[in-house]
Each structure stands twice: as C-alpha cells, then as structure tokens.
Design a binder for this molecule. Structure first.
Ligand SMILES: [Fe+2]
Length: 133
C-alpha cells in the first residue's frame, strides 16, 4: 500500500489545521511502513495508539477553533468526530485480538478513515475559517 502523500487537494486552506493533518498523515505512513516491514505487534500497537491519541487531540483543536469563531455547523461536525473515534477504537480492539495482524485491507480502511475526514468533513470548516479567522 502506498503512503498518503500530502498535496494541495488535502489542504483545507487553514495552516494550523493543515499542520495537524500532516502529522496524522505522517503517523499513518509510519504505521503503513511498520506493517509492511513486519514490525512487532507492540510497535504496531504503539503507533496506532499514537495516531488515535493525536486524532483525539486534533479533534479537540478543531472544536476549540469552531467555538472561537462561531462555526454554525459545530454539532454535526462534533458528531462526525465522535463517530470516527468510536470506529477507530473498535478497529483497534479488533486488531488487539488478532495480535496486530495488520493487512492491506486494514491499512486501506484506515487510509479511507483519515482522508475522508479531511476531504469531506473538514473542507466546510476550512472554508468557513478561511473567511472569518
Ligand atoms: Fe481534521
């Protein structure tokens, strides 16, 4: 599975959100590399935990920006965040049961999980913040 490459299509037009997304993508790429290289279950588990923790932190960051600038779509956006975290935690629990046998399909799932958030949920927020912030 190829790494996610940062490109302008992923930019939401707000530097501090783009910076967070770059970090999340770097962690995804590290997980992808580690899975392909057959790194230990402990390493894969630690990398996934770091990715999920950074995502939780990033969502708090976005939610603070939404409050600061009075983003009208805050409730559905927060609900989307909760859904994404629940799905990631569920996936993490499943992987823990299989000893972190991370397959290509699993990585593809995570790729979609990450890029869909950036490409869909965050574009509206980015467009709003770019106007008012
Ligand atoms: Fe985001």
């Amino acid at each position: 599975m190829k790494d996610i490459a940062w490109s302008s299509i992923l930019s939401v037009g707000v530097a501090e959100i783009d910076d967070d997304h770059r970090l999340l993508i770097a962690l995804f790429n590290e997980l992808n590399r580690a899975a392909a290289a057959g790194e230990s279950a402990a390493y894969l588990a630690a990398t996934l935990e770091e990715l999920i923790n950074c995502t939780v932190w990033h969502f708090s960051h976005e939610e603070r920006l939404m409050l600061k600038h009075g983003f009208p779509g805050i409730e559905p956006h927060k609900a989307a965040h909760r859904e994404l975290i629940d799905a990631a935690r569920e996936w993490q629990a499943k992987l823990a049961q299989t000893g972190y046998a991370v397959t290509e399909d699993e990585i593809r799932y995570l790729d979609r999980w990450l890029t869909e958030h950036i490409l869909t949920v965050d574009q509206g927020l980015g467009a709003f913040l770019a106007r008012v912030a």
